[in-house]
Design a protein around this ligand. Structure first.
Ligand code: G3P
Ligand code: CA
Length: 283
């Protein structure tokens, strides 16, 4: 059972650095998070989590170590033919962390800084963020943490949702940041479990589909704190319906000031962007 806590007041507008702001820094790294925290107006750090073979919660996006930008411990590119060679869930953390994800920028993000980086443990990332807040006297940031638990759950790339949730919650409880946490997922099972077992923890339902607002909520089976749609799905009607229901709308991932202004005009409650610098300029 969990220690009681009360939720922190959610930002009036949640300005979120997607994967820590991968337009600027290697994604899902401690360096990215610290960089985003320096941008005045950013309130929230978005990140993705997976589970390793040895049961550690790590911050990384893909099911498999990614050809294209991740380099092997020998500094070699992972060839496309090896795209299924390194399932995160089948590797121990000590092996995972030898791969470099920062020397070669991600395709589509040529301005990303090139800095040798590694996949962090969620626990270490939280420690680094909290330390930065303390040392630099920053305001407390919110953490928007995604469970990358594939709905098809093949047993190769993900544990059972209940195991994923248990391991994740253990880290978050230990670090005492739950008042500042949102758990988000495309996998409704993980957030349904959070909602049942930890009703006090905020959840966000990620959607990228042609369903209506009502269909998505019915599909989830409860009203989440946030509905987080692919940004092109968002229109006035969706935002109005969500707000009438007490649900916030936080779209992902517009990357131009023009698109961000358009969404702000639709009265969204936050935006998740790869360019946290442009996001604060779009105000
Ligand atoms: O937070 C929403 C967004 O991050 C979902 O897409 O693939 O970048 O994790 P993805
Ligand atoms: Ca994500």
């Amino acid at each position: 059972s969990m220690e009681a806590f009360s939720q922190a007041k959610f930002p009036a507008f949640s300005a979120e650095a997607h994967r820590g702001g991968r337009g600027l820094m290697p994604e899902n790294t401690i360096l990215a998070m610290k960089n985003a925290m320096k941008i005045d107006g950013i309130t929230t750090l978005e990140m993705d989590t997976h589970i390793t073979k040895d049961g550690k919660v790590v911050v990384t996006h893909d099911d498999y170590l990614s050809p294209g930008f991740m380099l092997t411990p020998e500094g070699k590119e992972i060839p496309a033919s090896d795209s299924k060679k390194y399932p995160v869930f089948q590797m121990d953390y000590s092996d995972l962390k030898k791969f470099d994800l920062g020397t070669k920028p991600l395709a589509g993000f040529p301005n990303q800084q090139k800095i040798k980086s590694y996949i962090p443990l969620l626990a270490d990332l939280i420690d680094a963020v909290q330390k930065d807040i303390k040392v630099n006297k920053r305001k407390q940031f919110f953490y928007n943490i995604e469970t990358k638990c594939a709905p098809q759950g093949d047993g190769i790339t993900n544990p059972e949702p209940a195991v994923f949730v248990k391991l994740l919650m253990k880290v978050l409880e230990k670090k005492k940041i739950l008042p500042y946490v949102i758990i988000q997922s495309f996998d409704k099972r993980t957030i349904q479990l959070i909602h049942e077992k930890y009703p006090n923890v905020r959840t966000s339902f990620l959607v990228a589909n042609k369903k209506t607002y009502e269909e998505n909520i019915a599909d989830l089976g409860y009203k989440p704190f946030i509905l987080s749609p692919e940004w092109k799905m968002v229109n006035k009607e969706l935002v109005e319906k969500a707000h009438a229901d007490g649900v916030k709308v936080v779209p992902w991932t517009p990357n131009t000031i023009e698109d961000m202004k358009h969404l702000r005009g639709l009265n969204v409650d936050g935006i998740i962007s790869d360019y946290p610098d442009l996001l604060v300029q779009s105000k």
